[in-house]
Ligand binder design. Structure first.
Ligand code: GRF
Length: 179
């Protein structure tokens, strides 16, 4: 039985997709925690699904290290083996990453190592890239830099807006992350 904690900060569509898949494999995996660092739609959606949720609000803590300590306590109290980042909009410290070494996974909306960081769809379009996509990787202390587990690519063949491209990549993400 794989026990999964998912960390989110926003709408939580990848989290919901993971929840759908995990619900179909009850003997193999369970989501034991959905935690957010800010009050967000995803947390409400997770609660509506009956998933265990926890708001560990960054604003309630004086600094990153005390916030991360509370987050780590929640993850450990839930008995999670794996920590899946799904739109978690904060950079985790080396201490936090080391504590869960090799057991934190992230999904990033680009074909890493290209386009680390934010605004990947706009940057892909601005750079005239013809290939774009999503990457699932192990989290290391360096941002968007850990060993790559999976990638899915699409071709940018026509003029499209950032929103259109983002929607296409998100569909890829929803297929890729559960896999
Ligand atoms: C996704 O594009 C993910 O790759 C990135 O943040 C976005 C989160 O979207 N890290 P959602 O909250 O899962 O809908």
């Amino acid at each position: 039985m794989i026990r999964i904690a998912i960390l989110i900060s926003g709408r939580g569509s990848n989290m919901l997709r993971l929840a759908d898949v995990v619900a179909d494999m009850p003997d193999e995996a369970r989501i034991v925690l959905v935690a957010a660092n800010t009050n967000c739609d995803g947390l409400d959606s997770a609660a509506a699904r009956g998933l265990p949720t926890r708001l560990v609000d960054r604003r309630d803590f004086a600094d990153r290290s005390s916030h991360e300590a509370a987050l780590a306590d929640s993850i450990e109290a839930a008995g999670a083996d794996w920590v899946l980042l799904a739109g978690y909009m904060a950079i985790l410290s080396a201490d936090f990453v080391t504590k869960f070494q090799g057991r934190i996974i992230n999904i990033h909306p680009s074909l890493l190592p290209d386009l680390k960081g934010l605004d990947t769809h706009a940057r892909a379009l601005a750079a005239g890239h013809t290939q774009h996509g999503a990457t699932v990787h192990v989290v290391t202390p360096a941002l968007d830099d850990g060993p790559i587990l999976l990638q899915a690519a699409l071709t940018i063949t026509r003029a499209e807006t950032e929103a259109q491209l983002a929607a296409r990549v998100l569909r890829l993400e929803h297929a890729l992350y559960p896999f």
